[in-house]
Write a new protein. Structure first.
Length: 369
């Protein structure tokens, strides 16, 4: 599992002096990457096309070069993180670097002998802010010591296990031994959690209870958020985000094939929701957002490998794109339903822009290569 309790995301450490050598590859054409539908942690679920970014809540782009693999995690068209993986000859991960917003965010390193995660570092705006050192006893993680860049210990996490080997308790302690936070679990005979206590301020805590998963997250400023994922008997799923007080913020609904079909936004005074519609070939054909009296709609008409994407607002056409074999051929913009400009493309590059008014064409601008 990519990320696990207390933010032990999984993977590499590289010292800050070597960070410049970790710069990600240029944002080249998306078709040079392999694309997958994935969950919010970046776990690939099934292959997809790069143009499916808006069809699913999360997609993953992967590119391999020797023993180095690059992974881009996307939420729609927003890149959440980019990960660089390094493996040894036996396909064991040795190092990982995570970038967010183009800046180094976290690095991880495993012991090359037993392949246990040994150290991971946190960065803010590319600068080192914390170093995590993990201790193991056999295959069990027993503690994590967190220090600032100068080496001062900030806190220590201690983990304890039951006789059956399952994690029973986690305590976060100050250097003097004072317990700052804790989490404890009681396991039922069927192997699921029968009772639990939340770990205050945890980065990620997932509790499986049958078909229900409850996750506690902390945002960038330390505010706790909650996420509840439930699976119905027909395979449909809901993903509900709540604030620390339990107020529902958003609710997403997925059909039995894992496709996002609806998202409700419940924080604004005006009721708002968004829907996704697919055809029999599992292709996205419509996205509609309704907020009070405002309606935004994106329609996609497919013809073989070609498609026309039209965007409307309150019934008026605002833009239209024509794509053929994953390359844009034309893009048009409209005002109150009247065309105002058109861009024409060839081999993926724009070669001219045409401007219109009510009488027709008023100007043609050629692009120079």
């Amino acid at each position: 599992m990519r990320f696990f309790f207390l933010g032990f995301l999984s993977l590499t450490l590289l010292n800050s002096a070597g960070a410049e050598g970790l710069l990600p590859p240029g944002k080249d054409v998306p078709t040079s990457w392999a694309w997958y539908v994935c969950d919010s942690l970046g776990t690939p679920l099934k292959a997809c096309g790069w143009y499916d970014q808006l069809s699913y809540p999360y997609t993953l782009a992967v590119r391999q070069s020797g023993d180095v693999k690059w992974e881009r995690l996307w939420k729609g068209k927003k890149e959440i993180q980019l990960v660089r993986l390094v493996t040894d000859s036996q396909d064991h991960q040795l190092q990982e670097a995570v970038f967010r917003g183009g800046e180094l965010d976290q690095t991880f390193q495993w012991d090359p002998t037993n392949h246990r995660l040994r150290t991971w570092k946190e960065y803010q705006l590319g600068k080192l802010v914390a170093v995590h050192t993990l201790d193991w006893r056999g295959d069990r993680l027993t503690s994590q010591t967190v220090q600032n860049p100068s080496g001062r210990i900030l806190y220590i996490d201690e983990l304890s296990y039951g006789l059956d080997g399952r994690l029973r308790r986690v305590e976060r302690k100050a250097v003097d031994g004072v317990v700052l936070d804790s989490a404890a679990w009681t396991w039922g005979p069927d192997g699921v959690v029968a009772d639990s206590q939340s770990f205050s301020g945890s980065t990620s805590l997932r509790i499986h209870q049958g078909n229900k998963i409850e996750e506690t997250l902390s945002d960038a400023v330390g505010e706790l958020l909650q996420k509840v994922l439930e699976t119905g008997p027909d395979g449909t799923q809901t993903e509900t985000d709540l604030d620390a007080q339990g107020q529902v913020l958003t609710k997403k609904t997925f059909d039995g094939r894992g496709r996002l079909v609806r998202e409700d936004f419940l924080t604004s005074k005006i009721p708002a929701y968004k829907t996704w519609t697919y055809d029999k070939k599992d292709r996205l054909v419509e996205i509609e957002k309704i907020a009070g009296d405002d309606r935004e709609k994106t329609q996609i008409v497919w013809s073989g490998d070609s498609r026309v994407i039209s965007t409307l607002k309150n019934g008026f056409l605002e833009s239209r794109e024509v794509w053929k074999d994953d390359e844009k051929v034309k893009e048009e913009a409209f005002s109150h339903g009247e065309k105002v400009w058109e861009e024409d493309y060839e081999n993926g590059k724009r070669y001219q822009t045409i401007y219109f008014d009510s009488s027709g064409v008023v100007r043609v601008r050629k692009d120079h290569s």
